[in-house]
Ligand binder design. Structure first.
Ligand code: HEM
Ligand code: CU
Length: 561
């Protein structure tokens, strides 16, 4: 009932700008910096992680420009090593790991639950500031001379190089706490704050994916934290742990590192998959197919993700029995991912597909993540990995999953929830053009890397043989096309904040609870706690031809329309 009231209430169709909402509820710097509102914390995370994305992206463009021609192009070999380290470390630790859960998750999760906030708002604010402090350490290390180990900080090089390893890893250590606290908060929120009527199997799939992600954040991140502390202890105190010169074992470092970092790739991709479930169903106006399979596969991915880390070490001197076991287990983790993909395709089948910018990213994900996941199988197979390991093939694989998966879904989610976040619509035409630039640029940048990798181009090299030049050139051109797409996206999104049409409450016709409150939502989200319905049942929603967006039929009847 209250849900229907939500539709019928004042400002249900378009939100008058002067109405009290979370953006104008209080004003001034302190009202943001010390806010306990999950929506504001989500926005602060979004702005901050996108800032990190800009830094990481500029470093990527520098790397690609250097590789445009053979020999030194714009920098020397040492600077090049630092540049790809900055790129990798910033993109992984500062951007992709926090971006979807902490930015979009923070904003959307309590709304989807019909709740006023997360379970521990103060802890949430602490997570954000820990992110800031950790990032300052990492970025400070870059400004103070840089690090040249690669984002993996492999020993014994990381314990012997005289670049700023300690400051960077300490930054990553702090960022780890930020991630753990977000995970903890989400687990408790999902257990405790579900509204009346929302059983586990009535939760939106984005929440299942955030739940799976949170389990990994809480269970895996401490391992990385301790590992980085051990690395610091070895460097500073000369205790022999990983460095053979001190009696340590470098392969032990790889085990510890990947015990976190393989599950961490699911911290990146699981929430992305959750977004895709929302996008595909809402924008094809069709009930999600195979709800339970998609929900449970999130948990399966989280669990299986812990069993496959050794596939990063097939050629590191691990026993051949371990190699065979890890290879077999690696294939099993592809199964729950494939289950999701088949269910998404079944959802699309005979759906009324709306080619909104958000949906274009949803469809793009199926292609780019599909390529990324399938090439993971080439790397998971022992015989082929021996040839492909440490080549550009691996670089292409993980960009297809991390960019083609996580970043593409982030873009989709950003466009899907932007009207809800800011109460404005952006230019869909520019949105589609930018998506096309990003799609073409991305594939040109990274597909060429599959080819050169399979021909033996090693990763992390400053220079290359003449036969690889054409691929490197195309790849660099692609990266600039992609960058143009991002700058265009930044342009029309920022412009929409000032000139965008007011957004209706429910522009795409979603039925999860965030679409049952105004755009932007009021300070405490809902006037009365809404009652949960099937989030993927759209039969009660009709398009409102006058104001755009969707309203419930029940409302029209009630209003006598
Ligand atoms: C079907 C699922 C997947 C399989 C079977 C798979 C398999 C693999 C294997 C075997 C490697 C090691 C290659 C080597 O070093 O020789 C690898 C590397 C990598 N994968 Fe995947 N992968 C999958 C999905 C993902 C996802 C979803 C992500 C991230 C969102 C991801 C990110 C990475 C990264 C970052 C590396 C390289 C790490 C480095 O050395 O810097 N993978 N993958
Ligand atoms: Cu892995």
């Amino acid at each position: 009932m209250s849900v229907i009231e939500g539709h019928a209430g004042a400002g249900a169709r378009t939100s008058p700008p002067a109405r009290d909402n979370y953006l104008n509820h209080t004003r001034g710097f302190a009202s943001w910096a010390f806010t306990l509102d999950h929506k504001r914390i989500g926005i602060m995370y979004m702005v901050s992680t996108l800032g990190a994305f800009l830094i990481g992206g500029l470093a990527a463009l520098a790397v690609r420009t250097e590789l445009f021609s053979r020999g030194p192009t714009i920098m020397n070999a040492d600077t090049y090593n630092k540049m790809f380290t900055i790129h990798g470390a910033v993109m992984v630790f500062l951007f992709i790991i926090p971006s979807i859960p902490a930015a979009l998750g923070n904003f959307v999760l309590p709304l989807m639950l019909g709740a006023k906030d997360v379970a521990f708002p103060r802890l949430n604010l602490l997570s954000y500031w820990l992110w800031v402090i950790g990032s300052l350490f990492a970025v400070g290390a870059i400004v103070a001379g840089g690090v040249d180990t690669g984002w993996t900080f492999y020993t014994p090089y990381s314990t012997t190089t005289n670049t700023n390893v300690v400051a960077t890893t300490f930054g990553a250590f702090i960022l780890g706490f930020s991630s753990i606290f977000t995970g903890l908060n989400f687990i408790v929120t999902i257990h405790k704050l579900r509204p009346a009527g929302m059983t586990w199997f009535k939760m939106p799939l984005f929440l299942w994916s955030l739940y799976g992600t949170a389990l990994i954040q809480v269970l895996a991140t401490p391992v990385l934290g301790i590992t980085l502390l051990l690395l610091i202890a070895e460097r500073v105190l000369k205790v022999g742990i990983f460095d053979p010169a001190l009696g340590g074992d470098p392969v032990l470092y790889q085990h510890f590192f990947w015990f976190y970092s393989h599950p961490a790739v699911y911290i990146m991709i699981l929430p992305a998959m959750g977004i895709i479930s929302e996008l595909i169903s809402v924008h094809s106006r069709k009930h999600i197919f195979g709800y339970k399979f998609i929900a449970l596969s999130s948990i399966a991915i989280a669990a299986f993700g812990f069993l496959v880390w050794g596939h990063h070490m097939f050629v590191s001197g691990q026993s051949s029995l371990a190699n065979v076991l890890f290879s077999g287990l690696t294939f099993s983790v592809a199964i729950p991912s494939a289950i999701k993909v088949f269910n998404w395709l079944a959802t699309l089948y005979k759906g009324n597909i709306q080619l909104t910018t958000a949906m274009i990213y949803g469809l793009m994900f199926l292609i780019t993540f599909g390529i990324g996941g399938l090439t993971g199988l080439h790397l998971g197979a022992l015989a082929t990995d021996v040839h492909l390991h440490d080549t550009y093939f691996v670089v292409a694989h993980f960009h297809y999953v991390m960019f083609g998966g996580a970043v593409v879904a982030l873009l989709g989610g950003l466009h899907h929830w932007w009207p809800k976040m800011f109460g404005v619509m952006y230019d869909e035409r520019l949105g589609r053009i930018a998506a096309a630039l990003i799609f073409v640029g991305f594939n040109l940048t990274f597909f060429t890397q599959f080819i050169m990798g399979s021909h033996g181009m090693p990763r992390r090299y400053f220079d290359y043989l003449p036969q690889f030049e054409i691929y490197h050139r195309l790849s660099t051109i692609g990266s600039f096309i992609m960058a143009a797409g991002f700058f265009l996206t930044a342009y029309y999104l920022i412009k929409s904040l000032f000139r965008g049409k007011p957004a209706p409450m429910n522009p795409w016709g979603g039925n999860s609870l965030e679409w049952h409150t105004a755009s932007p939502p009021p300070h405490d989200n809902f006037a009365t706690t809404p009652v949960a319905e099937d989030p993927y049942d759209y039969t009660n929603l009709v398009r409102d031809p006058v104001h755009g967006g969707y309203v419930s039929k029940t409302y029209d009847e009630a209003a006598g329309a």
